[in-house]
Design a binder for this molecule. Structure first.
Ligand code: ADP
Ligand code: MG
Length: 359
């Protein structure tokens, strides 16, 4: 990975980042170097606290200083060191050429603005679009990230959407200006497995369509197998291993990488894999007759709640939200969010309500 290789769009050299706390200094990132090839996906993998987010925040120049301090290094982008350019110049890079999506969309979306306004903001700033044009482009972007009912949802506030839909809105914001590099910091960790897969597929297809480079950060080595070209493994602020995805999965060298892989089902010929929803249900929601996977069912001692007094009872609850409106403001189509639900909550007991995001 040499500096002369022009197919790399970003090059991080000898980067060290410290955090000073009251009584000590944490060396969060220790003299790491790596580069990101144009149009490729690089996965930055490591357990929580290994320095992944701090590395990506440094690329965006968003490390809070103090308590943080860039102790050494360069972040080269088109021949310039991002750590040295003016804040004004950095603003032109951030959100336009390099953009980022975060783990928890609710903390990075603004609750008082509609998602359309938030997507339009960067188009008005970087592309000098007028409000109307930016809003139209926002609808197009929502279509591109496969948001259902984009024309209506563009006017929704973040709290009106499910976790998966919010993450789609975040992705629409991040790709609004066609960035050359998209940094995704654990973009699917807060989502259910079934939604995770959809978001990963979406990111992979957007990356291919626009020849964007992707820096994909995760603590879960398993999720990168299908999407990454290269894998970089971090441990306690160091890069302990790197290679093509094929190399890392088929022949891991470092014990920590082997450990990360062992936490996941192995990619063998006859894999013993964790069951997923589609093993049990067809796409139309029918139960599968044929067993796609054998799962051990354990008999558990369940608490007996039959004698407890009912505190709240919900009977045949139906809740719908309008999606589209006709000319006179009457609803044309509806999302049936809750369809005939009956349940009771008993005094002093805990009711578990389980289901994937958006169900
Ligand atoms: P992760 O790999 O989970 O993304 P981080 O990059 O967030 O890990 O954190 C790496 C190290 O830097 C951790 O030890 C963390 O405690 C420390 N760190 C990160 N941000 C701060 C901060 N604002 N103040 C103090 N320490 C921090
Ligand atoms: Mg992190």
């Amino acid at each position: 990975m040499s500096a002369k290789n022009s197919t790399h769009i970003l090059e991080v050299k000898n980067l060290s980042i410290d955090f000073r706390t009251d009584d000590r200094t944490v060396h969060a990132v220790k003299n790491i170097s790596f580069s990101i090839p144009k149009g490729k996906t690089v996965a930055l993998v490591g357990e929580s606290g290994s320095g992944k987010s701090v590395t990506s925040l440094a690329v965006m120049r968003l490390i809070p200083q103090p308590p943080g301090k860039i102790a050494s290094g360069e972040i080269l982008w088109e021949g310039r060191d991002l750590l040295k350019i003016s804040e004004n110049e950095m603003c032109k890079v951030r959100g336009d050429r390099i953009s980022m999506i975060f783990q928890e969309p609710m903390s990075s979306l603004n609750p008082v603005f509609t998602i359309g306004d938030q997507i339009a903001e960067s188009l008005m700033l970087h592309r000098k679009m007028k409000q109307k044009e930016a809003k139209e482009k926002a609808i197009e972007l929502l279509e591109q990230v496969r948001m259902p009912f984009p024309k209506e949802r563009v006017n929704f506030y973040p709290h009106q959407m499910s976790g998966g839909q919010r993450q789609r809105a975040m992705i629409a914001m991040a790709i609004a200006c066609n960035p050359d590099l998209l940094i995704c910091d654990e973009p699917t960790t807060a989502l259910d497995v079934t939604i995770q897969k959809e978001i990963l597929n979406l990111l992979a297809s957007l990356q291919k369509q626009s020849d964007m480079s992707l820096l994909f950060i995760t603590h879960d080595l398993g999720v990168v197998a299908d999407i990454a070209d290269e894998v970089i493994v971090m441990y306690k602020g160091d890069i302990v291993e790197r290679g093509t995805t094929q190399q890392i999965f088929s022949n891991p060298q470092h014990p920590y990488t082997k450990g990360l892989l062992a936490c996941r089902p192995l990619l063998e010929k006859n894999p013993v894999r964790l069951p997923v929803l589609s093993d049990f249900m067809t796409e139309s929601g029918e139960e599968r007759k044929e067993a796609l996977i054998r799962t051990a069912t354990t008999k558990m001692a369940l608490p007996d709640t039959s004698a407890s007094e009912t505190l709240v009872r919900i009977e045949n609850l139906k809740t719908s939200f309008p999606n589209q409106f006709g000319f006179f403001g009457q609803a044309k189509s509806w999302t049936h969010a809750v369809n005939d639900v009956t349940l009771s909550i008993k005094r002093g007991k805990t009711l578990g309500l389980v289901g994937e995001s958006g169900c």
